[in-house]
Design a protein around this ligand. Structure first.
Ligand SMILES: [Zn+2]
Length: 112
């Protein structure tokens, strides 16, 4: 990168790499600077570092728009919905989520 600029200050490494991946899918070269990896190398103090996403300054505008769109999409996503319960294939009892085995006949789907 000739003139890298910071376009995003991520909360953690996972978020930073998600954004980098998203930008690269859109043809923008991006990289993470900072975060735990660099801190682990002794370059930066871990406590004061959050990973930042950098792109070339020529891509800055496009990158910011992509990140903005990406964040809107993520915040509009439904929270992880609970998995439905399941029906025991042996006795037909409806089992609530949280039970690994049928409470009626003790059928265990994981063991079969
Ligand atoms: Zn059963």
């Amino acid at each position: 990168m000739n003139n890298p600029v910071e376009v995003y200050n991520a909360a953690d490494e996972v978020q930073a790499s998600l954004i980098v991946g998203m930008l690269q899918q859109n043809g923008i070269r991006a990289q993470v600077i900072g975060g735990i990896l660099n801190a682990a190398l002794g370059e930066l103090p871990a406590s004061s570092v959050s990973p930042r996403v950098w792109v070339n300054d020529s891509d800055e505008t496009a990158a910011r728009q992509l990140i903005e769109t990406w964040q809107l999409q993520r915040t509009s996503e439904q929270p992880v919905t609970q998995l439905p319960g399941w029906t025991c294939p042996r006795c037909g009892t409806d089992i609530e989520l949280g039970f690994d085995v049928c409470w009626k006949c003790l059928y265990n789907p994981a063991a079969c």
